[in-house]
Design a protein around this ligand. Sequence first.
Ligand code: SF4
Ligand code: SF4
Ligand code: SF4
Ligand code: FES
Length: 955
Amino acid sequence: MSVQTSISLQNPVDYGTPRRVSEKMVTLEIDGVEVSVPEGTSVMSASMDAGIKVPKLCATDSLEAFGSCRLCLVEIEGRKGYPASCTTTVAPGMKVRTQTPKLADLRRGVMELYISDHPLDCLTCSANGNCELQDMAGVVGLREVRYGYEGENHLKVEKDNSNPYFSFDPSKCIVCSRCVRACEEVQGTFALTIDGRGFASMVSPSENQPFMESECVSCGACVQACPTATLMEKSVIDMGQADHSVVTTCAYCGVGCSFRAEMKGAEVVRMIPNKEGKANRGHSCIKGRFAFGYATHPDRIKTPMIRGKISDPWREVSWDEAINYAASEFKRIQAKYGRGSIGGITSSRCTNEETYLVQKMVRAAFGNNNVDTCARVCHSPTGYGLKTTLGESAGTQDFDSVMKSDVMMVIGANPTDGHPVFASRMKRRLREGAKLIIVDPRTIDMVRTPHIEASYHLQLRPGTNVALINSLAYVIVTEGLVKDDFVAARCDVKEFAKWKAFITEARNSPEQMERTTGVPADQVRGAARLYATGGNGAIYYGLGVTEHSQGSTMVIGIANIAMATGNIGHEGVGVNPLRGQNNVQGSCDMGSFPHELPGYRHVSDDKTRAQFEKVWGVKLDSEPGLRIPNMFDASIDGSFKGLYVQGEDIAQSDPDTQHVTHALESLECMVVQDIFLNETAKFAHVFLPGSSFLEKNGTFTNAERRISRVRKVMPALAGKEDWEATIALSNALGYQMNYAHPSEIMDEIAALTPTFTGVSYDKIDELESIQWPCNEAAPEGTPTMHVKEFVRGKGRFVVTEYIPTEERTTGKYPLILTTGRILSQYNVGAQTRRTANNMWHDEDRLEIHPHDAEQRGIKDGDWVGVISRAGDTVMRAKIAERMQPGVVYTTFHFPGSGANVITADGSDWATNCPEYKVTAVQVSLVSQPSTWQKHFREFTETQLELLPQREASKA
Ligand code: SF4
Ligand code: SF4
Ligand code: SF4
Ligand code: FES
């Protein structure tokens, strides 16, 4: 058992050029040292393997060699001149010399030219001590610069400070083009160019614009690549260089990027994407890279608070008083209303260990199974659909797998906004020649982006996913594109025959479905042929698949076509849900659902329950508990009176806001554990201050089933990590928990969960991260699932009848509203709204097609009322052709927008996942906020007024 809390790391080794993989090894001699390296390796990289550093400036191992600085020159026996070691590949028997008087002379000459046009302000420069130019001047022994500053130079070129997170000081630029190449190769945005020629060459964002006006998406790859202080984080300019670093995991999306938190004492100086991170391979997006300031935002609440009624002012109390009050209220409620009258909600933002403890507390201390998670409202259909067909409720691949895909089908996901680092990997593979099919009602960026154009964009009507997947399957089967040998060997052939008979019915043909989906039949036929015959076919999907009344059916439909075409069980293929939040996978794995114990085992299974009962020392309820929507209904009905919510903002994120807030108002005691007074906490009676990901230890599990460490880099601002608060509450309720460190919680999870038996903190530290299943059969984890057989044995085809949603357009509600997210904001926005990311997106707007706008007299920026059967709200219009006529779109990152006031209570038939993606609405010009918005503002103001009064209560 490990209780390691942090790992300090030096800057990782830079091999100068990307590492090559080849079975063929080449042996050569460098400075008399014999070294063997994979074929295709550069002389520079081979030198590093031989323990010899060749000076370099324009090379770095995240980018292909460019050969522009001429600092890495070497001598090669039998070759003329002085080749650049970064662009020269090794050859058998090659004899290289990296250090000779002539080379030293040449390198000094190169450095002298660079330095003659570079400010000599090293002592006051933000990169001092961490500057490759400075290092190289030392390495080559530069002692004097013969050329003065009298001639033409760049020393007075103006800085660009437009980006809130980094500055661009062209006077320090050595035009090595690492930034330009990083933007192209790593990020795939192509926002930078080298403008001008020769001496006049300058790095330029887009058409010589400031960074903020360019196409730059602020991923930070160029800043990372820059060897000088030209592109520099403003936090480093302000705070200076860090003194140590700790490797941890991003707390935003389901990509789960690994970062080195560079620290000065207990303050984060910057977050550097970790090259060793297997999920992100050294890349990042704006959120993980720059938007960490929320963790120390003044809005953080750092002291526990209680109050009797939600109209009372808050009273600051000690941890003990808050915990004891919460426990006594829960006990009182259970004594009065029964054991099932309280429950808990976990969050996908919390660690595995925290989530595990909450469900354990509910089952063992509350004595019921009333525990649910926010995954209910996003990916619960994934769990149901994949378990039913393949036997495991998780994606089948690792992210690296995409580099072996020949065809990618992206359904109902917007990777460049929702999963940006993985989108960059996808784009890299697409630039190498893979083909792309997009299935989405909206023209997302990936449909057409620099050097990428989707072969097909199936722009279906919202709510018709199942109709479309059936017509794709129809083509695959009727055109003889099924991989019969795969199906015969790997799948349940009886079930396949049933499915085949269903899917080949003429009503499923693209021609007949065209009226329903709105997608031309020839496009569907073309896409189906490409997916089935184009080589390795991989499907990536998101909430545009799951958040429908037929979310589970659609997931099953996706699995059906993957099995039919043999696109499962090896690299480059698979069925891959792109998880929204950082720990959606983990929160599901940890038994957060009311019917499942950790590891997706049903609570009614006596054997499973007995296992947990033995370790937990308590009798468990065999009846599934309440789901989130059931909790709300029961609260309004009066049978559910107490709720514990950890890290989730149900008042903002769940559909039909007015129903949700009515339910919350009906509770007698709600305990909210969070870092901010979020929308839900405004209805709470007990507030337990939470800890951000920087303040605690634990693990997150990303969309690839990858378990990565979250490491504490600063003390918990409120004095307790979240897992400690849950333990305290459980103990106060009379069920004793006793863990000294989250690693002990993971040890218990491993002991009780067959897919986790090999997982421990020591193992994660050793391997960097682990993809479950990790057990005796797979001691180092499982990058690809279902390799030899499906987890359930034979793959199961299931009939996917298309049943239109009940949410129909009518004369009164003629438009369909669908929702999505944007790169710079995250989920309910509680974190990103408290950062400079607002400069990219400071309000949710309603995207409307010019045709629909014109019919209603709406112009760009006008205030419009959006009214549905559930409610109405007001937001500003954005005229955009991304949507098809008849469909409008909005993001949901700002509570006052009231996006969920409009969403109705329709949900997935199998899992109750809300149908966020389809709401019939009318849109019209208005001149004032909606009634709900007025009420929301008044309520928010009142609640914020009740907050400062907590100080007075201490007196
Ligand atoms: S921050 Fe990212 S997108 Fe912007 S210029 Fe740099 S590499 Fe390109
Ligand atoms: S900004 Fe930095 S990375 Fe880009 S060319 Fe200049 S020195 Fe090189
Ligand atoms: S892609 Fe996701 S995990 Fe990675 S840095 Fe961005 S938000 Fe964080
Ligand atoms: S490092 Fe090789 S030419 Fe610049």
